[in-house]
Design a protein around this ligand. Structure first.
Ligand SMILES: NC(=O)c1ccc[n+]([C@@H]2O[C@H](COP(=O)([O-])OP(=O)(O)OC[C@H]3O[C@@H](n4cnc5c(N)ncnc54)[C@H](OP(=O)(O)O)[C@@H]3O)[C@@H](O)[C@H]2O)c1
Length: 254
């Protein structure tokens, strides 16, 4: 179960947080892992840790907002390992908090390019190669911020909703080549990205109170789901968004 032996997994934004947990978990399950983020040193540190634990990994720095960086990332992966079986589009950004009418054009473009267009670019580079080998699993890390209106994270939520439609479309276009595409929608997870939402004890207490499991998530809990979706254990699951949020979106907030 959840076996990834001989599979090659490329994970964007895997020097920290959820992406790092995904890289480590997939490596433990036998995958050869490509660790990537904008900072070479941060990636090297994750690779060293994976190798020390007996896993196989390389580091390839890449800013996902730049198409040429993504091309380099895909080429370096193919040079090192010859193929990509699992692609995890994980890195994302949210430079603004506040109502949509205050978002500048620059911020709009940054959010949409980093969160949506980069996945579009990367999947368009990788899916045809997966099709040549008749198989692959694409996983996009979305968010429950896509599932309700939000006064502070509106545009981020729109980008995360687009990712869910993106995997439905990938699933339809590539399903005939045995390529599966799914999204994961985490609730609040303890990472740097969401630090402002959990570091303040008062905010944390509110989040815990409105979550049926009465706690926030840990990166490894998202990594477990990503590893399942990457593996042949999920061979009949495609085009779905799977929520991992401690029940936050189904709870009664009162
Ligand atoms: N944490 C949560 O509560 C939560 C909830 C729902 C969804 N999510 C989603 O989960 C995913 C991962 O978030 P996280 O919480 O793990 O974030 P994180 O801890 O801040 O880690 C983000 C990772 O992405 C890299 N990164 C950032 N911008 C990048 C860029 N332009 N190009 C390449 N790499 C970049 C970072 O490294 P460098 O800075 O070195 O590049 C880092 O490795 C995101 O898609 C986010 O929307 C998070």
């Amino acid at each position: 179960m959840f076996e990834l032996t001989d599979k090659v997994a490329l994970i964007t934004g895997s020097s920290r947080g959820i992406g790092r947990a995904i890289a480590e978990t997939m490596a433990r399950q036998g995958a050869k892992v490509v660790v990537s983020s904008r900072k070479q040193e941060a990636c090297d540190a994750v690779v060293a840790e994976i190798q020390a634990a007996g896993g196989e990994a390389i580091a390839v720095p890449c800013n996902i907002g730049r198409k040429e960086d993504l091309e380099t990332l895909v080429a370096a992966t193919r040079r090192a390992y010859g193929k990509i079986d699992v692609l995890v589009c994980n890195a994302a950004t949210n430079p603004v908090f506040g109502p949509m009418h205050e978002v500048s054009d620059e911020a709009y473009d940054k959010i949409m390019t980093t969160n949506v267009k980069s996945a579009f670019w990367l999947c368009n580079m990788v899916a045809p190669q997966m099709a040549e080998r008749s198989g692959g699993s694409i996983i996009v890390i979305s968010s429950i911020a896509s599932m309700y209106g939000n006064r502070k994270l509106g545009l981020y939520g729109i980008s995360k909703a687009a990712e869910q439609q993106f995997v439905r479309n990938l699933a339809v276009e590539w399903g005939g080549h045995n390529i599966r595409a799914n999204a994961i929608a985490p609730g609040l997870v303890r990472t740097d990205f969401a630090r402002a939402l959990w570091e303040d004890p008062k905010r944390l207490a509110i989040m815990e109170a409105i979550t049926p499991l009465k706690r926030i998530g840990e990166p490894v809990e998202i990594a477990a789901l990503a590893t399942f979706l990457a593996s042949d254990s999920a061979s009949f699951i495609t085009g779905q968004t799977i929520v991992a949020d401690g029940g936050r979106t189904i709870g009664d907030p009162s």
